[in-house]
Design a protein around this ligand. Structure first.
Ligand code: OGA
Ligand code: MN
Length: 334
């Protein structure tokens, strides 16, 4: 099968590596991330290119060391576009996206709060920041507070490189021949997550950004399907053709055998994924509305040759107001 991993150990010998799925994902142990050497970090990048996402347990990172470690991957994105109306983040760093369900007092958000409605879009498989002109490469998500075991809250992954490799030949050839551009919209995925709450929101009224639907993942030299819940339409196709193609690809990429679910075990667990090689989603659970799940994420600006896709190279990151129409914007993980 294309993309099948040999379960060999880390060739550099810095880590213990345990594969999580036949084609992608691994748990790695054995290195203190706060003091990792350049050689071990280079090896970590090699493992990232091979596996697409890595789970690191009980890292001991805090907000400061999480941000510092993340800077080794490249230039970091920040949450300023989501912080309108003078709102301050819950914590010191603008580089930390709030992917949790915790309000300003540390209490779990009510399930009918605007932020909960906003967060529902993350329950669909997606890649972070595909709606930006410059997309994201890596995301580093860290558990600060977890709900009790057995109440859900896993993060799921889908292998979008193997999804391309295993496509039926005719569909694969159609994608290679047509050089389709996908148009991505944060507003579209928010509306899809909670259509009634965002009934008045028209994604077409907001900027969308374009990235090639199929492209080479440069660090592994493998092809990738760049899709996910922010993908609103495919340039140049009719609405019907566009939806047929998007659903065919999404359905294929997210078949159960192409996905894996990761349980958060300890505060301090960190998952690093490459948005150019995998899709991810928040799996949800019975903790919602009852228990805090405080997860914080740094997001790295892509530095590959296709980072800006088909967009102008200007910093116009779409923000979002989670009330749909009124003043209060929120610091949110997307
Ligand atoms: C994210 C995200 C999933 C989760 O932080 O980008 O989608 O399980 N998180 O919280
Ligand atoms: Mn996400």
């Amino acid at each position: 099968m294309p993309g099948l991993l040999s379960q060999s150990q880390d060739p550099g010998g810095f880590f213990q590596v345990k594969g999580l799925h036949p084609t992608f994902g691994a748990e790695v142990h054995g290195v203190d991330l706060a003091t990792i050497s350049d050689e071990a970090f280079a090896e970590l990048l090699t493992l990232m290119a091979k596996y697409g996402f890595l789970v690191l347990r009980d890292t001991g990172l805090d907000d400061t060391t999480h941000v510092e470690f993340s800077r080794r991957f490249g230039e970091l994105d920040d949450i300023r576009p989501y912080m309108t109306g003078g709102r301050k983040p819950r914590y010191e760093y603008y580089e930390l996206f709030d992917a949790g369900n915790v309000d300003a007092d540390g209490k779990p958000l009510a399930v009918d709060s605007p932020r909960s409605h906003y967060g529902k879009g993350n329950g669909f498989f997606h890649v972070d920041s595909s709606f930006n002109p410059r997309r994201a490469s890596y995301s580093l998500l860290r558990a600060c507070r977890l709900p009790p075991p057995g109440t859900g809250g896993n993060t799921d992954f889908a292998d979008s490189r193997t999804a391309f490799d295993t496509l039926p030949d005719e569909l694969k050839q159609r994608l290679l021949d047509n050089h389709y551009a996908g148009c991505h919209s944060l507003h579209a995925s928010r509306k899809r997550g909670s259509p009634e709450f965002f009934a008045d929101l028209k994604p077409e009224d907001f900027p969308m950004h374009r990235h090639a639907l199929v492209q080479v993942h440069e660090s592994s030299d493998r092809m990738n399907l760049y899709i996910g819940a922010h993908l609103h339409h495919i340039n140049g196709l009719s609405d019907t053709e566009s939806w047929q193609l998007i659903w065919a690809l999404t359905g294929w990429a997210t078949r159960p055998e192409n996905t894996v679910s990761v349980e958060w075990e300890n505060e301090g667990d960190l998952i690093i994924w490459d948005n150019r090689a995998v899709l991810h989603r928040a799996a949800g659970g019975s903790y919602e509305g009852k228990y805090a799940r405080d997860l914080r994420r740094t997001t790295v600006h892509d530095a590959s040759s296709t980072a800006w896709g088909l967009n102008e190279q200007v910093d116009t990151r779409p923000g979002f107001n989670s009330n749909g129409k009124s003043q209060t914007a929120r610091a949110l993980g997307v």
